[in-house]
Write a protein that binds this ligand. Structure first.
Ligand SMILES: NC(=O)c1ccc[n+]([C@@H]2O[C@H](COP(=O)([O-])OP(=O)(O)OC[C@H]3O[C@@H](n4cnc5c(N)ncnc54)[C@H](OP(=O)(O)O)[C@@H]3O)[C@@H](O)[C@H]2O)c1
Length: 221
């Protein structure tokens, strides 16, 4: 499988690239900073420099030629203000979905966030509100498309080692945290299971092995 990862130098993305490489899949990392090429290659991915706040969908579609799936794992990140929540967390996802449609790449896994899909709590910080609005708009855009999308909303991310044990359910899930390594493992499992298309899923640490949690989405167990 050839998987193009938007935000390919992100923390989740680098973990995912290592997993994909280990299982013999090809990962292509879209990165904005040429200085990150070596690190991405060390993770086992091809590196393509592409600033998702500057690129046109036609240009990104060319990069998706021959791909089997797109993962949107970009984000404006901590320290960014409201405008970049819109240009990255919303608009770059829309750009990738436009490009996927043009290139005929149907499978699209979007990393969103718990909290999306509902208004921020009254009194929330303005940047958090902009982040949640951007994630919600990106999700809504994707749901309106003829793509095999899966929306994954992790809880609070940690850099703790993965446990391989998760809780993966339709919303609403109880608030919680989850290691980025487990998020990467869930993305890899979702890519291997296209029948998870058209699901919106919330992810926190839990008791179920990743394969069991993903499998039970299909059986309804
Ligand atoms: N933090 C949390 O607790 C939490 C919870 C739930 C969901 N999430 C979401 O999970 C996702 C991944 O998280 P993470 O921790 O892996 O994020 P991360 O390490 O901040 O990675 C995001 C990546 O997006 C890239 N990016 C930003 N602007 C770009 C642009 N214009 N063109 C190309 N790439 C661009 C960044 O590039 P640079 O490396 O060049 O900056 C970075 O590598 C994000 O969407 C985040 O919002 C976060």
């Amino acid at each position: 499988m050839r998987v193009v990862i938007a935000g390919g130098h992100g923390k989740i993305a680098l973990l995912l690239e290592r997993l994909l490489a280990a299982q013999g899949d090809q990962a292509v990392a879209l990165i904005r900073n040429p200085a990150h090429v070596a690190e991405v290659r060390q993770a086992g991915a091809e590196a393509v420099v592409c600033d998702l706040e500057a690129a046109a969908a036609d240009d990104v579609a060319v990069l998706l030629d021959g791909a089997d799936a797109v993962v949107f794992a970009a984000g404006a990140g901590p320290g960014s203000g409201a405008p970049r929540k819109d240009t990255v967390d919303r608009a770059a996802s829309v750009l990738m979905a436009d490009a996927a449609g043009q290139a005929g790449v149907r499978r699209f896994v979007q990393v969103s966030s718990m909290g999306a899909g509902q208004p921020p709590r009254p009194g929330s910080d303005a940047v958090w509100a902009a982040y949640i609005a951007a994630k919600t708009a990106a999700e809504d855009d994707l749901r309106g498309r003829d793509l095999d999308w899966t929306i994954l909303r992790p809880g609070g991310l940690t850099d703790a080692p993965g446990t391989g044990r998760i809780r993966l359910t339709a919303p609403p899930a109880p608030a919680g945290r989850v290691p980025r390594a487990d998020v990467a493992a869930v993305i890899a499992a979702l890519l291997d299971e296209p029948e998870t298309r058209h699901l919106t899923l919330e992810l926190v640490s839990g008791d179920s092995p990743v394969a069991v949690a993903v499998g039970s989405l299909l059986t309804g167990a």
